[in-house]
Design a protein around this ligand. Structure first.
Ligand code: GLN
Length: 535
């Protein structure tokens, strides 16, 4: 078991997660089995209770864990299926240590950060790494070196490198190399300071990845190498890429995979780097032959990361169709049935993603109504599925006050209501219907032909569902439930008859989308949008 720690210095938002994911992709392409762990130093036990504005979308895994969005990057870049154990938080670590203490496991000792917290961190990392069966595990340390919250994790990493030995543990440090002044010189001082900080904790980086708006010149690399005590070829540039999927190729060109393989004495299955499929995917992303505009209508639109997996799923679908599916955000708080036609004029397709609470719901209903009446391709996901159902109830069945009990607990027509098993659930943490569940798709449906399979497994995250009492009436009106689960009693997919593409699902297909295996329902949306443009 080899561990590659990836830390970050200077500022946050340097693309540490993408660097970690890219390293994984490169090693995987040499036939090395890889896995990844994300450490989030916050006290929350998991990301499930966090607003998307905090850290972007909450990414859901097969096992129902609600995690940081970096796990989505790992799954997409390395084509993995991870479990919640791969996201370690301060909350999880302390919870275990406190439980141990209450049980009396520490035999009367004073429980301290060193060794008890650091031991638990090491136990978690090594247990997950071993269980993954990977040859190399990338461990991304969230936060920035110097943050108080990250200290115990850095100390645990240092101890692991001492215990497991130099050949089994290495450190990659990502920093910022700004270009300043009229002469446009690369500034190395922030990197020097941040490495000094790391070294003061006993960690010496083996590779420095400097984020810079252009390739860092030889002089600056030499300077960083000298001050930070590492060879010049171990200082590499991470330039602003046209697409995140290009980053593995940028790092490969600078020999990063070879550096890691040599340093850890990894045994690649092949000396060839098989990146050809990835390269043609990146080429598809960068050089599409057509373009469509997809409106993403939601209430968290001021932070693009809130909908990260949807944006990526659109990229994957677009690449498969040689089309750029360009997303633009529409704030559902500002959308009404009066301004929908104007606001959504440029949309070749409309996507209403998931969400919670009442705010912004009316605008989403307006978007669904506009798409339905004007034949605009539409995909509704989770809340988007519930929204489409409410809209059809109101406008087609004439139930003007139909609503979800999440929005209006007193509605006379609760067409979307709390799931039975959710009644009486008090806490908010990890308490929804979560994770991968099987869905049966009916014969002849759009969903079944897109998935090419009668039973699919997709991830869920919801408390409310379409009320079966309305199902028959809705189906008679053309809103067919072509995907169901739990012996047919739960509605999972809706398809509007006689519309070019009006599909919605209770699950989250965006979490399963991979560069070379796009989410079928996003693919359907983009294809329908392309057809609309051609007409
Ligand atoms: N708020 C809705 C529910 O809990 C939808 C959830 C979602 O979109 N993830 O069912």
């Amino acid at each position: 078991m080899k561990l590659i720690f990836v830390s970050g210095g200077v500022i946050s938002g340097l693309g540490k997660g993408i660097t970690a994911s890219s390293i994984g992709r490169l090693l995987a392409s040499r036939g090395i089995r890889v896995s990844a762990i994300k450490i989030d130093p916050y006290i929350n036990v998991d990301a499930g209770t966090m607003n998307p504005y905090e850290h972007g979308e909450v990414y859901v895994l097969d096992d129902g864990s609600e995690t940081d969005l970096d796990l989505g990057n790992y799954e997409r870049f390395m084509d993995l299926r991870l479990t919640g154990e791969h996201n370690i938080t301060t909350g999880k670590v302390y919870r275990t240590v406190i439980e141990n203490e209450r049980r009396g496991d520490y035999l009367g000792k004073t429980v301290q950060i060193i060794p008890h917290i650091t031991d638990e961190i090491k136990r978690r990392i090594t247990t997950v790494a071993r269980a993954s069966g990977a040859d190399a595990v990338i461990v991304e340390l969230g936060g920035t070196v110097g943050d108080m919250e990250s200290m115990p994790f850095l100390e645990a990493a240092r101890q692991l490198s001492a215990e497991l030995g130099r050949e089994d543990v290495m450190f990659v440090h990502t920093t910022l190399v700004p270009i300043m002044g009229s002469v446009g010189e690369e500034k190395t001082k922030p990197t020097q300071h941040s490495v000094k900080e790391l070294m003061s904790m006993g960690i010496r980086p083996d590779i420095i990845v400097g984020r810079c708006s252009r390739e860092i010149d030889q002089q600056a690399r030499a300077k960083i190498a000298m001050f930070c005590d590492l060879p010049e070829e171990a200082v590499v540039s991470s330039t602003d890429a046209a697409t995140i999927y290009e980053v593995p190729l940028l790092l490969e060109r600078q020999g990063v995979a070879d550096l890691i393989i040599d340093r850890l004495r990894l045994r690649p299955m092949t000396s060839r780097r098989d990146m050809s499929e990835w390269e043609s995917f990146v080429d598809g992303v960068m050089h599409p032959s057509s373009e469509v505009m997809i409106a993403v209508v939601g209430k968290y639109t001021s932070l693009a990361d809130s909908y990260l997996s949807h944006l990526e799923a659109l990229v994957h679908a677009g690449a498969a169709l040689s089309c750029r599916a360009k997303a633009f955000f529409v704030d559902s708080d500002l959308l009404t049935s009066d301004n929908a036609a104007e606001t959504l004029r440029d949309a070749d397709g409309i996507l209403v993603p998931g969400g919670f609470g009442h705010r912004g719901v009316d605008g989403m209903i307006a978007a669904a109504g506009y798409a339905r009446e004007n034949g605009v391709p539409f995909l509704g996901v989770c809340l988007g599925f519930q929204i489409a159902t409410i809209e059809i109830c109101r406008d087609v069945l004439g139930l003007a006050s139909a609503d979800s009990t999440e929005s209006d607990p007193g509605t006379p027509d609760p067409v979307v209501c709390l799931m039975d098993e959710q009644r009486g659930v008090g806490g908010k943490g990890a308490s929804m219907r979560l994770g991968a569940q099987e869905v049966e798709l009916s014969e002849g449906s759009v969903a079944r032909s897109l998935y090419g399979s009668a039973v699919v497994s997709e991830r869920h995250r919801h408390r409310y569902e379409v009320n079966t009492a309305y199902a028959e009436r809705l189906e008679a009106a053309g809103w067919r439930f072509t995907g169901r689960s739990d012996d047919g009693r739960r509605m999972e997919v809706g398809e509007l008859q006689g519309h070019p593409y009006f599909v919605a699902c209770q699950f989250h297909p965006e979490f399963g989308s991979r560069p070379l295996r796009p989410s079928p329902l996003h693919l359907g949306l983009v294809r329908a949008a392309m057809n609309r443009v051609r007409e």
